[in-house]
Ligand binder design. Structure first.
Ligand code: SF4
Length: 362
């Protein structure tokens, strides 16, 4: 029997990203190229640059129900010199004082946190800390050049929770030495640790990285696009019912990624997240169709308008697949602007209805 999913701990906020471009990193992880992953963000974050970035987001998103957060991403925030951390946080804090922003989030390494650091961050408005965990397998972490083991991440998340922070984990799929089984173990450890959120990033091979050399010399092969989508669906199946919200699949596409030669290999797709959500919707639709005989003559689906493209699948592939399974059926799809996200309702020609909810959609 399926158990009811646990309630999710966070609503989706508007996040205003400020990229610190690998600053504060003690070493270089083999896969990382922030110039490609984060795009052409300046290395010299002045007050003007900062204010310009924040203003560009606030202009269009004043009434964000899930709140507004300024996020320092793309490096090891707690590895920055303390004065620089303080300066960046104080700039962000002025927006909190004016009531335009609710809080601050940072991403950082798990091996750069202690009690004093966390007291300092909390005092300066930081409420969410995302950790670059990447994997919970020590061999995978070693070959990724992370410079810390899995136990460090376990300790870090426990410490973050004891200080009252909301927590997020970044996980990578398909690093050197990673396998489907190892990735499943990483998901199981994530469930044990109960972060509020997770991001799942299948590995892309960026130019000018040690991983690019490994790939060129034939020692590393990234996941295929299909494998990556499958692993991400596994993450959805394992984490979401346990109340861990997945806030991103794949890296955000930057203009730099689209330049020739920037991504040497790996499951790069400009709509990677949509591929995963389409697969999630297709799997849910198959569950809904489980007891429907394939000679049925009509299938009428009702879904929320914002789920429509994921329900249809990339290039309509989910609908094409359903047509193959039900060659005699007329397929009717109604979408509703005020429909519940993730709610699928299906009625057959006999008037019998079946419904299903996909948890964790935002
Ligand atoms: S710690 Fe993060 S930002 Fe720094 S090199 Fe590693 S992946 Fe890149």
């Amino acid at each position: 029997m399926e158990t009811a999913p646990k309630p999710h701990k966070t609503e989706k906020p508007l996040i205003i990203p400020i990229f610190i471009m690998s600053s504060g990193c003690p070493q270089h992880c083999i896969f990382c190229n922030q110039k490609i992953a984060a795009g052409n963000f300046t290395h010299d974050i002045t007050k003007n640059v900062f204010d310009g970035e924040v203003a560009s987001y606030l202009r269009w998103n004043k009434d964000k129900l899930g709140g507004i957060e300024i996020a320092f991403y793309g490096g090891n925030f707690t590895g920055l010199p303390p004065d620089y951390q303080k300066r960046l946080l104080s700039w962000a804090d002025t927006y909190i004082q004016k009531g335009q922003v609710d809080s601050i989030r940072i991403s950082t390494r798990p091996d750069y946190l202690d009690d004093n650091q966390l007291i300092f961050l909390h005092r300066h408005g930081v409420r969410t800390i995302e950790l670059g965990a990447q994997s919970f397998n020590d061999e995978v972490l070693h070959f990724a050049g992370r410079g810390h083991n899995a136990q460090v991440t376990v300790k870090a998340i426990t410490l973050l929770k004891s200080h009252g922070f909301k927590t997020g984990l970044h996980l990578m799929a398909g690093l050197p030495r990673d396998t489907r089984e190892i990735f499943m173990e990483t998901l199981a450890r994530t469930v044990e640790l109960q972060p509020d959120t997770a991001r799942i990033h299948p590995v892309l091979v960026f130019q000018d990285t040690p991983l690019a050399d490994e790939f060129r010399e034939g020692r590393y092969q990234p996941l295929s696009l299909d494998e990556s989508v499958e692993w991400c669906c596994l993450a959805w199946e394992k984490l979401v019912p346990e109340g861990i919200r997945i806030i991103r699949f794949g890296l955000q596409t930057t203009p730099e990624m689209k330049q020739e030669g920037a991504v040497l290999a790996g499951p790069f797709h400009p709509s990677f997240g949509s591929l995963v959500y389409s697969a999630i919707f297709y799997s849910a639709t198959l569950k809904l169709l489980r007891d429907i005989p394939n000679h049925v003559r009509k299938l009428h689906f009702q879904i929320a308008e914002r789920d429509l493209s994921n329900f249809r699948g990339f290039n309509n592939r989910n609908i094409e697949a359903i047509k193959k399974l039900y060659p005699d059926a007329q397929i009717v799809i109604d979408s509703h602007g005020n429909g519940l996200n993730g709610h699928l309702l299906m009625t057959t020609e006999s008037g019998k209805s079946f419904s299903l909810d996909i948890p964790g959609l935002m």
